[in-house]
Ligand binder design. Structure first.
Ligand code: SF4
Ligand code: SF4
Length: 443
């Protein structure tokens, strides 16, 4: 089988973001393969765990991918403070005599944004509205490379490594079958240490809110990287619960147009025509056709503007997310954005992680370094059909079928923008809906 077929058959998607199908990404040729190992969301240690434990696999996959896409260079972008990870990667590079560079940089947020990785490695900025391939670059998350390595050995993606932290009895790095409930993941880590909590799935800055009452009916996917348990009154929880009407009222009544949100925006600082203070004004007072609202398409939703910059506690990021959806719904096309020079202040306005964690009130959890390392099985999994960007695969099993871990349960063609789904445990298919497939172990 070819490299692309291996990845397609293993159902690999980007492990660090929205789940872009990897076999589609690697069909292109590029001159530079960049590996995003920055893991810039505070509290997450999943990528570091993979680098420390699977460095040989990761470097093998990088060398192979580099040759397949005919790249001249492969560079891993990583924070210099990840000393153990860097050491493991360097040892693997030496052992394999691999032609892979390491580019290390300060601990700031959002160092792991694709655009920051490109800027750190090349000194250049990706033009607004463009994708890395427009610069002949492919960027992949470091944990995706581990999955690519497994794919070349015919091991499909059926497990996920996740950091479980925050208000939990034993903060843990767990490896569980895809489809395990979030509740089970929390229980594996000793359960929550408090009664009144909600959960963030992902990192504290960009992760999604999951209410406590839904933890039993929400399941691990190929892109789940973190489960963070926080008190219901923690600001990272309450900010995510605001209604868009409330946010709009705030934008029109409390935004003082101080421009701090713009001055610290990492996309604006890279020369992109994104000025969140202008979007706030247009959103508060205008309608969806206001020209300034089109800038929202350039927002990566890193959250710096609303969780770090704004002195009034407003939510430009949530406004941008809402505006993007409205622009799509109203068929308002993206512009040909004009990119400016990189801002002179970019290097001085990177937000140090240490300052960010204090601002968002997670210092208490950031100090946790003593993680339980657990690998666990489960009796029941509910595997989502849509765990990635693009086409949803079609179930190829029926209720009552017996399946083995690694069997294909939902399929699509290699030319489809999507990913195959596999059974993550041995068992019997007990339910199929238009959203998911449930498998129970036969006792
Ligand atoms: S930082 Fe806050 S108050 Fe200032 S312009 Fe931006 S949204 Fe308005
Ligand atoms: S979330 Fe805010 S700071 Fe981040 S890219 Fe969007 S506008 Fe800029």
């Amino acid at each position: 089988m070819s490299f692309i077929e291996d990845i397609y058959k293993a159902g690999v998607v980007g492990a660090g973001g929205a789940g872009f199908p990897t076999h589609i990404k690697y069909r292109a040729n590029a001159t530079h393969l960049m590996i995003n190992a920055a893991e810039c969301e505070p509290l997450l240690f999943t990528d570091q765990y993979n680098m420390e434990n699977y460095a040989d696999d990761i470097i093998s996959a990088i060398s192979l991918a580099k040759s397949k896409i005919k790249a001249d260079k492969a560079t891993i972008g990583i924070k210099s403070k990840y000393i153990k990870s860097i050491s493991a990667l360097q040892n693997a590079i030496k052992k394999q005599n691999a032609d892979v560079d390491i580019c290390s940089f300060d601990s700031y947020y959002p160092a792991g944004d694709e655009q920051s990785i490109i800027n750190e490695i090349t000194g250049e900025a990706l033009p607004a509205g463009k994708i890395p391939l427009d610069m002949k670059i492919i960027v992949s998350n470091v944990s995706t490379m581990k999955n690519i390595y497994d794919a070349t050995r015919n091991i499909p993606v059926t497990e996920k490594c996740i950091t479980v932290t925050g208000e939990v009895v034993s903060p843990s790095i767990i490896t569980v079958p895809i489809g395990t409930s979030i509740k089970e993941c929390i229980n594996l880590s000793g359960g929550s240490s408090i009664e009144d909590y909600d959960v963030i799935i992902g990192g504290p800055m960009m992760g999604k809110l999951l209410l406590k009452e839904n933890i039993g009916t929400t399941f691990v996917t190929k892109t789940t990287g973190g489960i963070i348990i926080l008190p219901k009154d923690h600001k990272l929880i309450t900010r995510r619960k605001q209604s868009i009407e409330h946010i709009k009222n705030q934008a029109s009544s409390a935004c003082i147009q101080c421009t701090f949100c713009t001055e610290l925006c990492p996309r604006y600082l890279k020369g992109h025509p994104l000025k969140p203070h202008k979007i706030m004004k247009a959103f508060g007072f205008g309608d969806i056709t206001n020209e300034n609202l089109k800038q929202a398409n350039l927002c990566c939703e890193c959250g710096i503007c609303e969780l770090y910059s704004c002195p009034m506690g407003l939510s430009p990021r949530m406004v941008n997310a809402h505006v993007k959806t409205e622009l799509r719904k109203n068929n308002i096309p993206r512009e040909n954005y004009i990119t400016d020079e990189i801002h002179d202040m970019l290097i001085y306005r990177k937000i140090p992680t240490s300052r960010l964690i204090s601002k968002i009130d997670i210092e208490k959890y950031y100090k946790i370094h003593d993680f339980n390392i657990l690998k666990s099985d489960t009796d029941t999994v509910t595997i989502m059909l849509s765990q990635h960007i693009g086409k949803v695969p079609t179930p190829v099993v029926n209720v009552g079928d017996t399946v083995k871990k690694g069997d294909v349960i939902a399929d699509l063609s290699i030319d489809d923008m999507g990913a195959i789904i596999h059974a993550s445990i041995d068992g019997k298919v007990t339910e199929i809906t238009n959203k998911d497939i449930t498998i129970k172990k036969v006792i």
